[in-house]
Structures are given as structure tokens and as C-alpha cells.
Design a protein around this ligand. Sequence first.
Ligand SMILES: [Ca+2]
Ligand SMILES: [Ca+2]
Length: 299
Amino acid sequence: MRKLTIVMALALLLAACGGSDEGDAAVGAPETAAVDEAMTDEAMDDESMSDESMSDESMSDESMSDESMSDESMDDESMSDESMSDESMSDESMDDESMSEHPPTTFTVTITNTSDAADFATPLAPGAFIVHTSMETLFAEGVLDRGEGLEALAEDGDPSGLVASLGALPSVSVAGAFSNPDGGDEAGPALPGSSYSFTFEAAPGDYLSFATMFVQSNDWFFATAPDGINLFDGDAPLEGDITDLIGLWDAGTEVDETPGEGANQAPRQSGPDTGDDQDAPSAAVSGFAGTIEVTISVG
Ligand SMILES: [Ca+2]
Ligand SMILES: [Ca+2]
């Protein structure tokens, strides 16, 4: 599924780029009528539409955005070169049918450290967020750390490596760090009672993943589930309290000590990456309910 999704994304990207080029070359060409004319039976035949990657089965909500799947824009994007005429790809046909139908939505996520009211108080650390279309992009449960920077985020509260790694992936449209607690202008931990916020743009088909360190641990982090959070239900953007969609995870990179007491945990260790290697698959951590509260809003 993951491979297929990537293939799909690439195919659409290539098709979209090709379409755009064709469109540029066709400025001033007749529009809608010409489009209909160009979309002859021949252009719509099995040869151009029967590719496995274009089957209904692969067109799940997960892998495809509504934006890229809208009726006629689908045809435009999937047409092979031989079935495309300049006439069929005028700028206006692209704009009307696929570009302006779903302008990006602006989301703001706020992660509040509510551990002052929970059983165990801990700071949170600067974290990473991404907007993506592929599954298990930020991390995968039950596998060894992939060496993309999650270890430094989970052990030392340093998101920079992970942001750089994931930001280079073709399936990631936005990658960023949230470093400054709300109301402050300096990077640092979000102490109990304070929060981080970050803002980004996304469109139907996009998922959100983020991670922030549970600072009083060796290598635990709060994060979205491995596949991320689907930001849209159809065309409707996700809004409200999403705390239930966030979990606590052990990165599996450093041997755990008692939370709040370990000499190799960030508040007490002598420097970054101090502690015994764990070399274990990542796993969910139970307990610590009420440590964070997460909301997402639109606008
Ligand atoms: Ca661990
Ligand atoms: Ca450590």
C-alpha cells in the first residue's frame, strides 16, 4: 500500500507537471468545447486508463486527495501524452476543474502541556511536524529506529535532524519544527501549563504527523499514530480536540530509567545522546494520561 501510494503520488505529480506544461503551451486555445472535442473515445480508451495504479481499488481516500480526483481533472491528469492535445489542456480548463476547486486550508495545532494537572509533571521539548501523503512517514511502530533523526528528538529534544530528513521526502509537503513556547520568542521546553503552536497549509488527502519529547524520560515522545492524522473528512477539514489521536511512544533507542529520576534523561544527563543503547523496536507506552492536550483549528 505504501509503495503503491508513492507510485500513485509520483504518477500524479508527473502527470500534473506534464499537464501544466501542455497548458502553458496552449494559452489562448479554445477551452471547454475544445476539451470535449479532444476527449474522444480514443483518448479515453482502455490503453490509457487501465493501468493498475489507476484502478478504483487504489483510489482510496488515504492515498488520493479529492483535489486530484475531481471528475474531469482526473481525466486531464491521467491522459498520456499521445492522448493529450494542446487544445485539451488550456490554462482555464486546468484552473477551473482542478486548481481552484480546493484551495489550501490553513490549520493551527496547539499542544498544551497539561501535566501540571496530571499524576506526573514533565516538560515537553521542541518537536517536529510534517504534512504528508504517505503512511508511516514520521515513524513506524514495531521497527528499529530508522536513523532519520527521531532519536535526537526523543532523547534530547532536538527536532532539527528529523525535520531535515523528512522534509526531503517527495510525499512530504510541509516539514517544520515547533520550538518556541507560545508567548515567548526563544526556543525552549514547554513547561507544565505552557504550549506550542504551529500553522501550516494542507489540502484534502493530506495527513499530519508530529512528535515532541516526554522530557522526563530517556527516549519517549508524544506523537500522532504512525500513519498520521487524516486532516479532512471528504472536503471537511478536521477541527477541535484531537488529544485522543495522540499516543506516547518509546523510540527504542535508549534503555529506560524511572521517569523523572534517570541520570541519563535529558534534564540530568551530561550531554546529548548519553545513556545505554536499547536497540529495540519502537513501542507504545501506557499510562501518563492527561499529560498533553492537543487542538486543531482552521483559519
Ligand atoms: Ca527506551
Ligand atoms: Ca539520554
